[in-house]
Design a protein around this ligand. Structure first.
Ligand code: PLP
Length: 458
């Protein structure tokens, strides 16, 4: 079908995730047609460098034939097996064992979802069930981070700390609370230690305000992703995990973005030896080749549910496609790729990425550059000295993304002009050279815009 016809059909019929419905209809869709390694081809015939791995998920890059072959083999032999009624399939069982062996030893059981939002949703349901089962029914409140993202399920969206996911959706609920994001660049603190101490105090105060007997859990990303790639100071995750333990609340780490090599370790928890009670994963699990997510939980939670007063009844949480065998076969092959060579490759090129990203600080628009492994961002400001932001009404981020597209570069331009990068773990030094050359061209062109010049004058 020709592109204009598809564009028409898209605008008439397809509702796009996290989009402004009318703006999207007006601008039209950019149709992607094929991918190879770090590169995408669009229906306009051009090839683009994807510096965001799709939606920070295609960690192994596009066109990995052995993953396709694994999916075909599984589809041919057994395309579907339900997990209901005592049935199961080999790839799902092997994958569950593999994930338990790869993740911190506190995590011993796996429930498979279709992606990240429903992994978070399953976590909320299991936590609720657990506290009811162990006779602590008041423990229902959940604390999370402002700017954190935990998907857009009907309740999970309230744990997310981004206003767009709340407006007109009637969340957060009264049981969902936030503390400040560990965002050193825009905090009152000059050192990581000060910020960590303040975060711990804020969490303690929030738990005291709600009452420890009423707080079920704290949820956080090890690096806040969709809230603007905010890398916390070293030691923050461990300090928060220890605080949760001390206060008797469960600690859930959401590794949907940070899992599977993104931050330079297989899981970001490993940087600080954190042992969470629950972990959510998705994205890199299958590298986007098939939909799948999971929530991992401790023995304590699993046994609390299994042996609770309702132990004769079924635990009423499930989905038709939980533990889908094709997705599980894909995940097993993807994990082999990480373990054979790709994680080691990502670790070896991360310093090159970091150096190039930090060099962006020389540009007049760049106020901050931050990264961990192959996850990074530059933050654009109207005034470096005061860190003054551009007027959000300008929607400069959309213009920046359009200019980058013209330079055949894809990254994520967040609303507050933070440019996020999550290159596939297969990026080579020459891919990084292309990324930063194109970024330089993009930033130089942005700097020449009249609206930008005016804002920078103040
Ligand atoms: N949690 C985190 C940290 C995420 O970044 C995302 C998605 O970006 C989700 C949960 C939701 O995952 P999904 O979009 O697969 O539902």
């Amino acid at each position: 079908m020709q592109t204009p016809a598809l564009t028409d059909l898209d605008s008439k019929y397809l509702v796009h995730p996290v989009s402004n419905f009318r703006d999207h209809q007006e601008k039209g869709v950019k149709i992607l047609t094929s991918g190879d390694g770090a590169w995408l081809t669009a229906a306009d015939g051009n090839t683009y460098l994807d510096a965001f791995a799709g939606l920070w998920c295609v960690n192994i890059g596009y066109g990995q034939q052995r993953v396709v072959d694994a999916a075909i083999t599984q589809m041919t032999t057994l395309p579907y097996a339900t997990g209901y009624f005592g049935f199961g399939s080999e790839p799902a069982i092997v994958l569950a064992e593999k994930l338990v062996s790869m993740t911190p030893s506190s995590l011993q059981h796996v429930y498979f979802s279709l992606g990240g939002s429903d992994a978070v949703d399953a976590a909320i349901r299991y936590i609720t069930h657990y506290f009811n089962a162990i006779g602590k029914p008041t423990k229902k409140h959940i604390i999370s981070l402002q700017r954190g993202y935990h998907g857009s399920s009907s309740t999970g969206a309230g744990i997310t700390g981004l206003p767009a996911f709340h407006a007109n959706f009637d969340v957060p609920t009264p049981q969902q609370h936030k503390i400040s994001c560990p965002y050193l660049y825009r905090s009152e603190f000059t050192t990581g230690e000060e910020l960590i101490a303040a975060s711990v105090k804020e969490l303690e105060d929030k738990v005291a305000e709600i009452g420890a007997d009423n707080v079920a859990a704290f949820f956080c990303e090890p690096v806040v992703g969709s809230g603007g790639v905010i890398v916390p100071p070293k030691g923050w995750l461990k300090a928060i995990a220890d605080t949760c333990k001390r206060l008797g609340i469960l600690f859930l780490v959401d590794e949907v973005i940070t899992g599977f090599g993104r931050t330079g370790k297989m899981f970001a928890c490993e940087h600080e030896g954190v042992e969470p009670d629950l972990m959510t994963i998705a994205k890199g699990l299958t590298s986007g080749y098939a939909p799948m997510g999971a929530v991992l939980m401790s023995d304590e939670i699993f046994n609390g549910i299994a042996d609770g007063p309702n132990k004769a009844a079924v635990v009423g949480h499930g989905q038709t496609y939980s533990a889908h065998p094709v997705s599980a076969a894909v995940a097993l092959e993807v994990i082999k790729i990480y373990e054979e060579s790709m994680l080691a490759h990502a670790q070896s090129v991360a310093p090159y990425f970091e150096a190039k990203l930090n060099a962006c600080m020389a540009h007049p628009l760049v106020g901050d550059a931050r990264s961990i492994g192959l996850l990074g961002a530059v933050e654009l400001v109207a005034d470096k000295a005061t860190k003054r932001q551009f007027d959000p009404a300008l929607k400069l981020n959309e213009t920046i993304a359009d200019i980058a597209w013209k330079h055949k570069l894809i990254f994520r331009a967040f609303g507050d002009n933070i440019l996020g990068f999550a290159p596939a773990l297969c990026f080579t030094e020459s891919d990084f050279d292309a990324l930063f050359e194109r970024l330089q061209l993009t930033l130089d062109e942005v700097l020449e815009l009249d609206i930008v010049k005016q804002e920078m004058k103040g």
